[in-house]
Design a protein around this ligand. Structure first.
Ligand SMILES: *Cc1c(COP(=O)(O)O)cnc(C)c1O
Length: 375
């Protein structure tokens, strides 16, 4: 088969999504299935919809438009603040967008008016991670102006943590979001339909909290695709951590000295090679490099250790009985490796529709770590 390729097991993705949808439903929390790491693949979107997500979310209009072209009719949220230059496209293809800027909201309002549509907006509040969000003290003023804008409907507020600064979603910041929702409702005599607490990093809090307050939605991508919670990158019980794997082919296998020889300067990507071993090593080179994946985010199978990577070569050290030329090696991925390989034109995306979901759940010891290799 073609390599490198991402093997995407749609049944396992569906299983992961359904498990989280069911667990969160017990706490009154709906799931927006986030498709951005899959580039808006309709196969992945449909797996999420079969699993019962209440809506889809994506950060990029290109992905949202791709899903619409591929006949996805479910509600879709644009989860990154719209670009002012794209408001026409936003109201055409997305039912809802997450917003923080007055000028953008005004743009959405007039674009919606011109195209005879109505568009829903959620206001994002800054709770300390210092990415997107209106400062809490400014929220009421923003609500007031949004309520006066024609053709857009304020359906709620939301927050996003653990992305830029690693701020942990916890009882305090989630209670602050709930309190803000209640204060907006009291001040303006309205009901906020959605209070969207965050992303996969909220799962520890959402599944462990005694009281999830007013939070009734989470936007989940990584936890569904990789089966891991992103705060400590631990596997989530009952989820597959190998729903998506990356396969690469061995193009050289030789015993070579562990240490380089000759005068040493910079490498192709700047960093100096580090190998403390002496003597000979079995080195397997795979046709996989920086242009295909973030090599630092690869989780190799047992018996294979990654020594380094250049643009097109992954240099590994293999135990005896290692792979031969032409063998495929299967890697687990972290989020960084996943998005790089999904966006690489060199990596085939192999969508496997025939897998049986939920029959047996692999309990891998660590996120993405797999054993064995494909022949
Ligand atoms: C990417 C993103 C998500 C989903 O994050 P995961 O960690 O993949 O669950 C949710 N909300 C916003 C605003 C995002 O940008």
């Amino acid at each position: 088969m073609t390599a490198p390729r991402l093997d995407v097991d749609l049944g396992r993705i569906e299983h992961n999504a359904r498990t989280l949808v069911e667990r969160l439903a017990l706490r009154g929390i709906s799931v927006t299935g986030v498709t951005k790491a899959g580039l808006g693949s309709a196969d992945i979107a449909n797996a999420l919809l079969r699993a019962g997500v209440s809506a889809l979310g994506d950060s990029r209009m290109e992905n949202i438009e791709r899903m619409r072209r591929e006949q996805i009719t479910a509600p879709i949220s644009l989860i990154r603040s719209p670009m002012l230059s794209q408001v026409d496209r936003v109201v055409r293809s997305a039912e809802l967008s997450l917003n923080t800027e007055w000028s953008v909201l005004k743009g959405l309002s007039s674009a919606a008016g011109q195209s005879g549509r109505s568009h829903a907006v959620l206001l994002m509040v800054e709770l300390g991670d210092l990415r997107e969000g209106i400062m809490p003290d400014d929220l009421a003023d923003m609500v007031q102006v949004v309520l006066r804008l024609p053709n857009i409907t304020l359906i709620g507020i939301g927050a996003n943590l653990a992305c830029h600064s690693g701020v942990v979603p916890d009882h305090n910041n989630m209670a602050e979001l709930s309190a803000l929702a209640e204060s907006i409702e009291q001040t303006f005599g309205m009901r906020l339909e959605m209070v969207s607490g965050g992303n996969s990093a909220n799962l520890d809090w959402a599944l462990g909290a005694e009281d999830t307050g007013r939070i009734n939605n989470l936007r989940l991508g990584e936890a569904i695709l990789l089966g891991c919670e992103p705060l400590h990158r631990r596997p989530i019980e009952g989820l597959y951590t190998d729903a998506i794997t990356l396969v690469a082919e061995v193009i050289e296998f030789k015993a070579k000295p562990a240490r380089p020889w000759g005068a040493i300067a910079q490498t192709a990507f700047g960093q100096a090679p580090a190998d403390a071993a002496s003597g000979d090593r079995s080195r397997a080179i795979l046709a996989l490099g920086q242009q295909d994946v973030d090599p630092a985010g690869l989780l190799p199978p047992a018996g294979i250790r990654i020594l380094g990577a250049s643009g097109d070569h992954l240099i590994t050290c293999a135990d005896s009985g290692g792979p031969v030329v032409g063998d495929e090696v299967r890697f687990g991925l972290n989020y960084s490796a996943l998005v790089r390989s999904m966006t690489s034109p060199y990596v085939l995306k192999a969508m496997n529709r025939n897998s049986a979901a939920g029959l047996c759940v692999s309990q891998t010891p660590e996120c993405g770590v797999l054993s064995g290799r494909a022949g």
